[in-house]
Design a protein around this ligand. Structure first.
Ligand code: NAD
Length: 703
């Protein structure tokens, strides 16, 4: 312990200190510290570290280092204010004949504030995220040779692990769950059985009950509610509440005021440290890292996912057109988080580097339809795998697939396959080594031109007009060069009066394939045959008596005819979306769902077959118009590679955001009524066409 002769709140480096500068009472501090000292002296021998007039926080000796088995790993404080304490503590430890180890590379590490020895499990629990760097955890592991479990601190008030977590004898752990992220809580729960967990509530946590020290069977702490005291007693502990609230003004309590020097780890119960390689990787990013913002995004993604990073090298491209390059070490608390971080970095163009280009790793499938653990799951971006010293492109690119390597030919071939397509013996790429993707994000230009809305934006009403004009322009170009536009449509297209406009796009040759469900076809043909949609007269916008049966009558009629094409042939259906598809030989695929009435004979109720048919029709698309069907649009989005311009139109911004936000520049979201959208699109496209526009009173619908 270090006497509080020079204790005071002199600066602010944690939320507790805010508003308390120069407000701590020396007299109270002296009295409380002496009481604590005298009580603990009955249970332990106490060594005194001389205080320093310039170091008001030196009283918090817990932060000096982590001492175990006669060695101490010296702290390196994150804040400059406490940095000079390191030299003072080092001298004291050396004089006390403790072997002093130090952190390499200037890594922030705040001693037994953030690294707590758990005797029962022979492991160290270590905090990160606020003071100690995650990278330091591997150093703790190699200094002492015990497993370190990394816990991420998420509440700035609980800035050191010892403010919210306390391993106790007999395997008990007292902790404040709200201070941790979900993964860290899982990490605790996986290692500490329920009967050994002592979670504390807000009140105890705020009075630093977890900042306790346990000597023999006595838990000494600043405060504990009756309930917590009872819980500790039932676990077999005595409870000594020793108020040290004067020190709380600086954010410390009982544990902070002490450093255990006597902790020993039995050598025969050593918990093997995990392989640090499972938790870190070097990745390389190149391209327009600063102007396109991809470096920022990569670092943000790493931190958000619960990892940490160190930039090892950075070469800045000095000209507007020149590329930058960064080498970044990514550190994660466990292999699962590392996997997650890499998964999110690869679409940003990151390449995993282990020395030179790593070879992609593969594992053979041992059960049909089941991938090996740790399989690499694909994104929408063009991907390459590194095999035999060369990079090979992956074909059939799509999201949420696995990469299968076929070595039957003279050169290896890599292809995306769905889980269900896997067969025993297939060679599947696992992990992220030797895999790279290219996102278009770095091609971004920041010219600020009026096409900016095409940049994965979600257009508001004000911008809809501009967006529609631009989409019409692009559609005309695609059609004229023989490209492919695929339309995904839900029944709302018909309900909102958009049917005739979509039918006209088909007639004018804009649509290469139509994807939807049972409903869009049913309601389209209901309109064609009965003039209603869901029983509502579309011309007058009023319900028709008995109209709610209309769609069933139409389904029945089409079933009798033997399908949509036959119904057109037999002139049962003489206009509308499906009619134009049949007449123009535009292929369509209707995927079934559990809510389908009928269904129509054309609706594919085998969903695997429906997915395969969708994928076939999507293949080679230049543009996909997704019109008010969340279900079918998301399904199509998942099977579409980057590079295809997706236009998603929906009245619900959340649906639009979900579809437009694929991290891809080629998707646009337009929040508007789909009937209105099709109407405007039709008007823009009519300019070039011989046909007259559809009279607006003909298709008013109900909007
Ligand atoms: P969905 O919920 O997947 O999508 C409907 C979307 O339309 C929603 O995202 C919604 O926000 C949007 N929307 C609503 N009003 C809008 C407007 N005015 N303008 C623009 N967007 C608007 O539902 P879905 O695709 O209609 O149907 C899901 C499945 O259920 C499909 O397979 C469909 O065929 C089936 N279904 C069958 C029947 C039937 O057989 N009678 C009826 C309805 C749906």
């Amino acid at each position: 312990m270090c006497p509080p002769d020079f204790f005071g709140v002199r600066y602010v480096i944690n939320p507790w200190m805010e508003g308390n500068v120069d407000r701590a009472s020396q007299a109270n501090a002296q009295r409380q510290w002496q009481t604590l000292h005298d009580r603990l002296a009955k249970l332990a021998r106490i060594e005194i570290v001389p205080p320093d007039p310039n170091q008001p926080d030196m009283v918090f000796t817990a932060n000096a280092g982590l001492a175990l088995n006669g060695r101490v790993l010296l702290s390196r404080f994150r804040h400059d204010e406490r940095q000079p304490e390191c030299g003072l503590y080092r001298k004291w430890f050396e004089d006390a004949h403790l072997e002093v180890l130090t952190m390499p590379d200037e890594l922030p590490f705040e001693g037994a504030g953030d690294a707590l020895w758990d005797e029962a499990r022979a492991c160290v629990w270590a905090g990160y995220g606020l003071r100690t760097d995650l990278e330091a955890h591997a150093e703790i592991e190699s200094a002492f040779g015990f497993a370190v479990h990394s816990l991420r601190l998420c509440d700035k008030r609980f800035y050191h692990l010892d403010t919210c977590f306390c391993p106790l004898p007999q395997g008990f752990v007292m902790y404040y769950p709200a201070a941790f992220d979900a993964r860290s809580l899982r990490c605790i729960e996986e290692r500490v059985p329920p009967d050994k967990r002592i979670p504390v509530g807000d009140l105890d946590a705020r009075r630093f009950a977890c900042n306790a020290t346990c000597l023999a069977d006595t838990v000494a702490l600043n405060h504990a509610t009756e309930a917590l005291q009872a819980r500790l007693r039932s676990a077999g502990f005595r409870v000594a509440t020793i108020p040290v609230d004067e020190f709380m003004l600086a954010g410390g309590a009982v544990k902070c005021l002490t450093l255990r020097l006597d902790e020993t780890a039995p050598t025969n119960r050593q918990s093997a440290p995990a392989n640090a390689d499972d938790r870190q990787r070097v990745v390389e990013l190149s391209g327009h890292l600063l102007d396109a913002g991809s470096l920022n995004r990569a670092l943000d993604v790493t931190l958000e996912a619960g990892g940490s990073f160190r930039v090892l090298e950075f070469e800045l491209g000095m000209e507007k057109q020149s590329c930058s390059r960064a080498k970044i070490k990514v550190i994660a608390p466990d292999a699962g988080v590392l996997e997650n971080v890499l998964q999110r970095l690869l679409p940003l163009g990151a390449e995993v580097r282990n020395g030179k280009d790593a070879e992609a790793r593969t594992v053979a499938v041992s059960q049909d339809g089941v991938a090996p653990d740790d399989f690499y799951s694909t994104t929408i971006y063009p991907t390459q795998v590194h095999l035999g010293g060369r990079w090979w492109p992956v074909s059939r690119q799509r999201m949420d697939a696995v990469v299968v390597i076929d070595r039957a030919g003279p050169e290896p071939r890599a292809e995306c396959r769905l889980l269900r397509e896997l067969r025993r013996g297939d060679e599947v790429v696992v992990g992220h080594d030797g895999v790279r993707t290219r996102s278009r994000a770095e091609d971004r230009t920041s010219d600020g031109n009026d096409f900016e809305f095409m940049g994965a934006g979600v257009s508001s009403e004000r911008r809809v007009e501009l967006a529609v004009e631009r989409i019409a322009w692009e559609m005309r170009r695609i059609r004229d060069r023989g490209g492919r536009i695929v339309v995904v449509a839900g029944p709302v297209v018909v309900h909102t009066g958009g049917g005739p406009h979509l039918a006209r796009l088909i007639r004018q040759g804009y649509v290469s394939a139509l994807l939807g469900g049972n409903a869009v076809a049913v309601h389209d043909m209901e309109e064609a045959v009965m003039g209603t949609s869901l029983g509502v007269d579309l011309k007058r916008g009023v319900p028709v008596v008995g109209g709610h049966h209309h769609h069933l009558r139409v389904i029945n009629a089409v079933r009798r005819a033997g399908g949509i094409a036959k119904a057109v042939e037999q002139e049962i259906v003489t206009s509308g979306i499906m009619y134009e598809c049949v007449r123009r030989d535009v292929p369509f695929s209707l995927a079934g769902s559990i809510r389908d009435d009928g269904p129509l004979p054309d609706t594919e109720m085998d969903l695997l077959r429906a997915q395969a048919e969708y994928a076939r029709l999507v293949d080679g698309a230049d543009m996909i118009l997704m019109l008010s069907s969340m279900l079918h649009s998301i399904g199509v989005g998942n099977m579409t590679p980057a590079g295809v311009h997706l236009v998603c139109v929906d009245i619900n911004p959340a649906v639009v955001t979900k579809l437009a936000d694929r991290g891809s520049l080629e998707s646009d979201g337009i929040v508007t009524d789909v009937g209105l959208f099709l109407n405007r699109l039709g008007q823009h496209l009519q300019d070039d066409e011989a046909e007259q526009p559809i009279a607006s009173n003909e298709t008013a619908g109900y909007l």
